[in-house]
Design a protein around this ligand. Sequence first.
Ligand SMILES: CC(C)(COP(=O)(O)OP(=O)(O)OC[C@H]1O[C@@H](n2cnc3c(N)ncnc32)[C@H](O)[C@@H]1OP(=O)(O)O)[C@@H](O)C(=O)NCCC(=O)NCCS
Length: 194
Amino acid sequence: MRVDLPIPFELSVPHVRWHTSWLEAAAEFAATGEFQHGSGLTPDGEPPFRPELPAWRPAELTDPGRFAAFIAHLRRLEDPGVVRPLALVPDTKLWLTRGEVYLGALSLRHELNEYLFEQGGHIGYSVRPSMRRRGLATATLQRALVLAGGLGLARVLVTCEGTNLGSAAVIERCGGVLEDVRGAMRRYWIDLPR
Ligand SMILES: CC(C)(COP(=O)(O)OP(=O)(O)OC[C@H]1O[C@@H](n2cnc3c(N)ncnc32)[C@H](O)[C@@H]1OP(=O)(O)O)[C@@H](O)C(=O)NCCC(=O)NCCS
């Protein structure tokens, strides 16, 4: 596996201290029309993943109280006692940050359900448009693989749409081996060191 040396960044537990920078990043995503994978947001025009769950849309998250509720929601997602009754898998949500600047999002699902096995995979990530092509996504996936090994996983599934050349390059740089293409999704497995 190639080890990139991107700009320094941390993987941080989501916190309201990044509200201003998070909103600036959300505006960048809105301008490009891209969805922020791994963020926990609900895609525009789509219902929540399950009808009984709240939707989290960037436009509402300008409100500090709503943003604080979003943060609390993200932090609860890795608690099996919270997510299992909702038929969700535990999911660690982390943010790429540098000081007070929000750089992007990472989602590490602790296991696969049927949807994740077919489409979503274990790991989702996004880098804000103004911070791309600096090796951040590659370094983030590399760090996520270490975290996945710490969860006891022997291998992880990482997927991307066939048109997402950037994400495919990131996955392949991190050792992804293409198993197949299901619908629009390329499905890669990465073996983790024991
Ligand atoms: C895909 C994404 C995460 C890449 O983030 P990034 O930080 O720019 O990625 P890296 O800098 O680690 O890129 C590594 C390599 O991938 C390739 N790459 C990255 N973006 C690319 C693009 N838009 N087109 C073609 N190749 C690209 C390049 O080979 C790049 O290396 P180089 O800059 O030395 O040429 C980012 O574009 C993004 O957040 N997109 C929207 C959300 C998304 O698609 N997430 C992935 C879901 S599967």
